[in-house]
Design a protein. Structure first.
Length: 256
């Protein structure tokens, strides 16, 4: 199993032993970096589209949080996995992410609109955990949306923002432990889509563009990655699933 986690708006410097002990542990014991780069505009839907489709916004054409059909379609990692016979599940509490793949590609979907509260993140994690335990999935995507909401409300690196990060850290731990109980060989790949500054993001500032990126699991040796881009996610997940990368993807697999 591959467990893919996206933590919306999480800055790398928010990941400390005190604030995010489990994420910090995975960065320490896994293969990762706090210096990966996202794409411009550093906004949720363009960034996730590049995460899943392995190409920059200049190629996929999504430049805001409003989806428009791709003029030159490129499959997402979920479509690619489905085409190769993999069972996939997606769980998210920001509904625009429904456009990250073709609907028939997903065996199990958990979706709600509550990215406005801590319970909203916990609820979507509950749905993912239930599917992990019962649905025999090869690939699971889990998104946590409230960190970004807290940043917009209170400011990036504010106490409220850091509390949201701590809460998401606990949900990630629950999901990873559930996956490990089903499949001890599960590999976790987690990252954020963008950072933020003041009460916003979307610029080329390092605070907006720099993201964490990590691989973690029994088969992953500890180490530091360099030169990572968010577009590397699609090729990396594909390699973890034992598949080659789609020829249209521009990212690089980070599987050692």
């Amino acid at each position: 199993m591959v467990l893919h986690i996206s933590l919306d708006g999480l800055r790398p410097d928010a990941i400390t032993p005190e604030t995010c002990p489990f994420l910090n542990q995975m960065l320490r014991d896994g293969l990762g970096t706090r210096l990966a780069q996202t794409v411009m505009p550093s906004v949720t839907l363009p960034c996730h589209t590049s995460m899943f489709r392995g190409v920059p916004p200049t190629r996929h054409g999504i430049t805001s949080n409003v989806f428009t059909p791709l003029a030159r379609p490129v499959p997402s990692l979920v479509d690619w996995a489905f085409q190769h016979g993999k069972r996939t599940g997606m769980f998210f509490n920001w509904n625009e992410l429904r456009d990250l793949c073709a609907p028939p590609s997903v065996a199990v979907v958990g979706m709600n609109w509550d990215n406005q509260s801590l319970p909203g993140d916990a609820h979507i994690a509950d749905l993912a955990i239930e599917a992990i335990q019962t649905q025999n999935l090869d690939y699971v995507f889990l998104y946590q949306g409230f960190i970004d909401t807290a940043g917009h409300r209170h400011g990036w690196m504010s106490p409220e923002y850091l509390a949201a990060a701590t809460h998401a850290d606990a949900q990630v731990r629950r999901a990873v432990e559930a996956a490990q109980a089903i499949d001890p060989g599960v590999v976790v790949i987690w990252m954020s889509d963008h950072g933020g500054h003041d009460r916003g993001h979307g610029t080329e500032m390092p605070e907006d563009m720099t993201i964490p990126f990590c691989l973690y699991g029994q088969s992953i040796s500890a180490g530091e990655l360099t030169g990572v881009e968010i577009m590397d996610c699609a090729s990396t997940v594909s390699a973890l699933l034992g598949l080659g990368a789609h020829p249209d993807w521009e990212g690089t697999s980070r599987v050692p």
